[in-house]
Design a protein around this ligand. Structure first.
Ligand SMILES: C[S@@+](CC[C@H](N)C(=O)[O-])C[C@H]1O[C@@H](n2cnc3c(N)ncnc32)[C@H](O)[C@@H]1O
Length: 196
């Protein structure tokens, strides 16, 4: 029996399925609804640790696809099509992707989250900063018509951020996954059809 109070049925189910974190069910729900990830895709996974989203994405993209994970913390995935860069997203450089032979991505995912403090407005702003950085990377590294999925903690500046995304994508939807904790303020934005 796991004594961690956050260890709930979703976490248990994830472990049973071989995923390190419950967050995998959120991406599964997004995938079921929007079918964003396809065979052969080249995917950037921002905030990849401990590795559930990357592992699930690798299972869809197949042997012709690639997944590049970025995180401050390590990811323990050994897979021929997985590349991991342990770095702060704000310190990423063009050469980080170039050395992997990658110029553009079909999909950019961001499940990045700041350490929450309980100060709702502060957490919202810190999460928005990460989401805005993810959008900047999407503008620089997404292929035309590509997709962008980003997590953000809800708050008063969310409508402004949504507007920024709408300028760059043909379709923008919000999803609050069933597997998110009830008290969580997180919401996912699913943007499809990147306009150059
Ligand atoms: C909810 S976890 C991601 C879980 C992951 N999607 C999975 O399925 O295993 C959020 C991650 O964002 C990462 N993160 C937060 N700020 C970051 C930053 N500035 N640069 C890179 N990663 C960051 C954290 O280290 C943490 O691992």
């Amino acid at each position: 029996m796991n004594k961690n109070p956050w260890f709930d049925k979703w976490a248990k189910k994830a472990k049973e399925m071989g995923y390190p974190a419950r967050s995998v069910f959120k991406l599964m729900e997004i995938q079921k609804k929007y079918k964003i990830i396809k065979k052969g895709n080249i995917v950037l996974d921002l905030g990849a640790s401990p590795g559930s989203w990357s592992k699930y994405t690798l299972s869809i993209v197949g042997e012709k696809g690639k997944v590049v994970g970025i995180d401050l913390l390590p990811v323990k995935i050994i897979h021929p099509n997985f590349y991991f860069i342990q770095k702060d997203v704000f310190e990423l450089e063009e050469k980080d992707f170039k050395t992997l032979g990658i110029e553009k991505f079909d999909i950019i995912l961001s499940d990045m989250a700041p350490k929450t403090t309980g100060d709702k407005f502060g957490d919202h702003i810190r999460s928005l900063r990460l989401a805005e950085k993810a959008l900047e990377l999407a503008k620089n590294y997404l292929k035309e018509d590509g997709s962008f999925v980003v997590k953000v903690f809800e708050g008063e500046k969310l409508p402004q951020f949504k507007k920024q995304i709408e300028k760059c994508f043909k379709s923008v939807k919000f999803l609050k996954p069933k597997s998110s904790r009830k008290e969580s303020k997180e919401i996912f934005i699913i943007a499809q059809g990147f306009k150059k």
